[in-house]
Design a protein around this ligand. Structure first.
Ligand code: SAJ
Length: 426
């Protein structure tokens, strides 16, 4: 089978590599010529464990060819970005462009698979009409499938193989065609369904996470108010066999959890108050962290170092990153902010400069490097103070003030302080 993957980003590239690794002839197409040139020279352009080695292998044996000109194939897999517009709705322009690029190459019997996350009904409402306008009957001449990617950045190479796969065919024949494609390497279960169910399932998976994280973040706010350690509450509550309160943090980033719920709320605004509120709570967290800095330092912070720019640990992806929003809120307060991130080239500067004379270090991303910090960096601070919004720091120093999302109540305003003093612990 000859497979063409369109879009060689966080999903398209590992997917192309995986097909090639399992013996398929793959061409990887991307409109970004710099990306293609880099790939042709043997280097991947994203950080993902195991990907570089696997990529080099299939480039060397010729099964994967990065190309800047799309070619005919049996199967076209579209994995392009679906950015959100100003009002958070799903921008399908890259998908439509990809379909336009594919149409002149299409032959009877071809399969077109959309992996990009989309608003409900995009496959049947946007792509199917384009194919039919071009003279193809979907389900008869060509097969159209929505097969949402479900891999976790950082574990993509394993999850691509082992995760279950939703295969949403526009017709049952389309679903069968999609299954035949993924059978080449997927070891998880193949879940055949229709395209709209596949679209909404994908969106609800991330909405489930976003809503549950909002509950954890709301718990931080209410516990701080009540003088109780939210992290201890979560630890206790999660001992219940059917409870799994998620982990609170500085907000929700990435191009999935912070984006996908809006595709649902825009499609059905009246029916989604819970999802909308969850989004608001998670979006409020970076400002809440900045306000907490004011409270902790009694508005005296002049310089703050933010540890982490990426939206989550051990990846280089800064899309929708709460860390960068915290930086903005602190800068608006006139605070000098240094963002240090060893995983993100742009923010991988000299940590000495970032820490020197800082009044606080905020751990905003759970990179392994931040579990322990060199003592020399800590002692160079004006006030040795770590605000660990990810609860990961494992180091210790007698002069260190260590604050988590569970201990903010210690610094809350005077009105309820006496109450907090007697009830707050840790
Ligand atoms: N986060 C919390 N608390 C938690 C879990 C996560 O604050 O308990 C934050 C993270 O710090 C991060 C954000 O949420 O800022 C999202 O991180 P994540 O690791 O939960 O998810 P993503 O966006 O990297 O990947 C998700 C995954 N979806 C689910 O777990 C349901 C992944 O499987 C999807 O493939 C991916 O979205 C996607 O592409 O949709």
């Amino acid at each position: 089978m000859k497979i063409a993957t369109i879009g060689l980003g966080y999903i398209g590239l590992p997917t192309a590599v995986m097909f090639a690794k399992h013996g398929q002839e793959v061409i990887g197409f991307d409109t970004n010529k710099e990306v293609i040139a880099r790939l042709q020279s043997g280097c991947i352009h994203i950080e993902e464990p195991g990907l570089q080695e696997a990529f080099q292998g299939v480039l060397a044996n010729g099964l994967l060819r990065p190309v800047s000109q799309l070619e005919p194939a049996d199967t076209f897999i579209i994995a392009v970005p679906t950015p959100h517009t100003e009002d958070h709705s799903c921008d399908t322009r890259y998908i439509r462009q990809a379909v336009k690029d594919v149409i002149p190459l299409l032959k009877t019997g071809n399969t077109i698979i959309l992996e990009s996350t989309v608003a409900p009904k995009t496959t049947t409402g946007v792509i199917q009409p384009m194919l039919e306008e071009a003279g193809f009957t979907v389900g008869v001449d060509v097969h159209l499938v929505h097969c949402p990617e479900r891999v976790l950045p950082g574990q993509i190479m394993t999850e691509l193989v082992h995760n279950n796969r939703i295969i949403g065919g526009v017709t049952p024949a389309c679903a069968n065609a999609g299954e035949a494609v993924y059978q080449t390497f997927v070891e998880g279960e193949m879940l055949l369904t229709d395209a709209s169910t596949a679209e909404l399932s994908k969106l609800m998976e991330n909405t489930f996470r976003d809503t549950n994280i909002a509950l954890a973040n709301e718990l931080v706010k209410l516990s701080t108010e009540l003088g109780i350690n939210a992290l201890n509450v979560i630890e206790m509550a999660n001992k219940h066999p059917r409870v799994n309160i998620h982990t609170p943090g500085p907000g929700v980033g990435g191009h999935c959890l912070a984006v996908d719920p809006y595709f649902i709320t825009i499609a059905a605004p009246e029916q989604t108050p819970l999802i909308q509120t969850a989004r608001e709570i998670n979006s409020s967290m970076p400002e809440y962290i900045a306000e907490s800095v004011d409270t902790i330092t009694n508005n005296t912070a002049k310089k703050v170092v933010i540890l982490g720019a990426a939206y989550k640990g051990n990846v280089d992806d800064v899309r929708e990153s709460p860390a960068l929003k915290i930086a903005e809120y602190l800068q608006q307060r006139g605070i000098e902010v240094h963002v240090y991130d060893p995983h993100v080239a742009y923010y991988n500067m000299n940590p000495e400069t970032a820490f020197a004379n800082a009044d606080m270090a905020i751990i905003a991303t759970e990179h392994d490097e931040f579990k322990h910090l060199p003592i020399s960096l800590l002692t160079s601070m004006a006030t040795m103070q770590i605000f660990d919004t990810k609860n990961i720091f494992e180091g210790a120093h007698e002069e260190l003030t260590y604050i988590t999302l569970g201990t903010l109540h210690r610094y809350s305003n005077a009105s309820s302080f006496s109450h907090k003093k007697s009830l707050g612990r840790r």
